[in-house]
Design a protein. Structure first.
Ligand code: C2O
Ligand code: CU
Length: 476
């Protein structure tokens, strides 16, 4: 039986602290390891976590201040770390074959795929990721990106948040401190003994990738976790709060709304999207969030009487997945925060040049089995699907068969149109993941700025990604 919702307090992940400096950068050291934790009350769950926590520690870094994160792998399988939304040099970006082998593991993990050797920069035990943080303030997250096994690795807990801050955002006076809450939302299924119930073909995650055939469309759980706790509850003041929402689910899409008993829903004032602040706040009654997307919103709990329970629900869910998190307004308090009418000056619309590239996301052959492809191709790390000149604004046209949340590494884009019509309200601002609906054509304006190298773009339904819906691009 599932636990009753809104009993467990909302956990706030620890904030990562630098352990020193390295070449002028702040050095952080993270150990990837297993831990036994209580997620479902009364049961133990073995997680794979950054520093043994799920979600991992939250990074809070400053724009323009470089960071090195030294990851040590004490898990039983290779791992790869990607900073999602990071403007990161190629060799630190988490190329799916840049494996970090478990400490002390000498087995041969060379990856052979459909008979073709796939070579990456495999390293033993520890890798240093160099992040220049030359990007605006934004809600990023980091997670595993291991070739063919991203979905089960993330499912076991390898994900965390990374907030980039800067002077522009700092000067706005948005709610801060205890009134700023990270909300990492993901769904999981649990076996009766408390373990994560993920339908891998090979539960050791060592050799055979993929999931049972009936999970082709993605793995959904019946428990919604926020910051790793099932349907938690949080006591809030009757003031504004800033919520940093990440959809870290493998395959679940949500539409979030704030229910008030006996009253109209509370609105979200959206101040930022994947790539940081919007030009101006946008009032949203619902937030449609596909896997990988982030929403930075302000909610004003002063709009309801003290004592009110405001519930963030998922209107796309049924039964247990319609519940998400509850805020219990317990006291009136003074509020010095504000949401200025103007937020940022660097969100001018991109004007695309003549280049239009089409990418069709659909089912297809992956070797001699079935999987997911882009323009009919299964992921090929050895050849680039497109070489993109730096500095050029292009139109990329994504076509879908079913839902595909498309994510591009390295630099954010802007959504231009859906089926030739204006994008939806939640497509606003700098995005790096766009929810492409079934049989839809989404046009985005893409521009890579200054880092040349090899990157990927892919579907962020992690089962689709593992089943080859990923492509290599080179920025040149
Ligand atoms: Cu969040 Cu390539 O992924
Ligand atoms: Cu997909």
């Amino acid at each position: 039986p599932l636990p009753a919702p809104y009993r467990v307090p909302l956990p706030i992940p620890a904030v990562a602290r630098p352990t020193g400096t390295l070449g002028g950068a702040d050095l952080y050291e993270i150990t990837q390891r297993t831990a036994d934790v209580e997620i479902i009350p009364g049961l133990r769950t073995t997680i794979w976590g950054y520093d043994g926590t799920f979600p991992g520690p939250t990074f809070e870094t400053w724009s323009g201040r470089p960071v090195v994160v030294r990851h040590t792998n004490r898990l039983p399988v290779p791992t790869v770390v990607h900073l999602h939304g990071g403007h990161t040099p190629s060799d630190s970006d988490g190329w799916p074959l840049d494996l970090v082998l478990p400490v002390g593991d000498t087995s041969n993990w060379a990856h052979v795929h459909n008979g073709v050797p796939m070579v990456g920069n495999t390293i033993a035990g520890t890798r240093e990721h160099h992040y220049p943080m030359s990007q605006r303030a934004a809600t990023l997250w980091y997670h595993d990106h291991r070739m063919d096994f991203t979905a089960p690795n993330v499912y076991r807990g390898l994900a965390g948040m990374h907030l980039v801050r800067d002077d522009v955002e700092d000067a706005l006076g948005l709610p801060a401190g205890d009134h700023e809450l990270p909300l990492f939302v993901c769904d999981r299924a649990f076996a009766a003994d408390g373990s994560f119930d993920y339908p891998s073909l090979d539960r050791t995650l060592r050799t055979v990738p993929g999931v049972e055939d009936r999970y082709m469309s993605g793995v959904l759980g019946d428990v919604v976790l926020v910051n790793g706790a099932p349907w938690p509850v949080h006591e809030v003041d009757g003031t504004r709060y800033r919520l940093r929402i990440v959809n870290g689910s493998n395959a679940r899409r949500y539409s979030f709304a704030l229910r008030v008993p006996g009253g109209p829903d509370l609105p979200f004032t959206q101040v930022g999207s994947d790539g940081g602040l919007l030009a101006a706040p946008v009032r949203q009654t619902a937030l449609d969030a596909a896997p990988g997307e982030r929403f930075d919103v302000v909610v004003d709990f002063a709009a309801v009487p003290v004592g009110t329970e405001v519930t963030m629900v998922n209107t796309l869910g049924t039964g247990s997945t319609a519940d998400v998190v509850r805020f219990h307004v317990v006291r009136a308090a003074r509020d010095d925060s504000r949401v200025p009418a103007r937020l940022a000056d660097d969100v001018a619309p991109l004007v695309p040049g003549p280049v239009v590239r089409e990418f069709a996301f659909g089912r297809g052959a992956v070797g001699d089995t079935r999987g997911w492809t882009i323009n009919g191709h299964a992921f090929d790390p050895n050849s680039s699907l497109a070489d993109i000149p730096l500095g050029q604004v292009e139109t990329w046209r994504f076509r879908s068969d079913v839902h595909h949340p498309v994510h591009v590494h390295l630099d954010p884009f802007q959504v231009l149109a859906r089926d030739g019509k204006p994008p939806r309200p939640t497509d606003v601002g700098w995005k790096d993941t766009v929810d492409v609906l079934p049989a839809e054509i989404v046009d985005v304006a893409v521009r890579f700025t200054d880092l040349a190298g090899r990157y990927v773009f892919h579907c962020h339904n992690l089962e689709h990604e593992d089943m080859a819906m990923m492509a290599t691009i080179r920025t040149v």
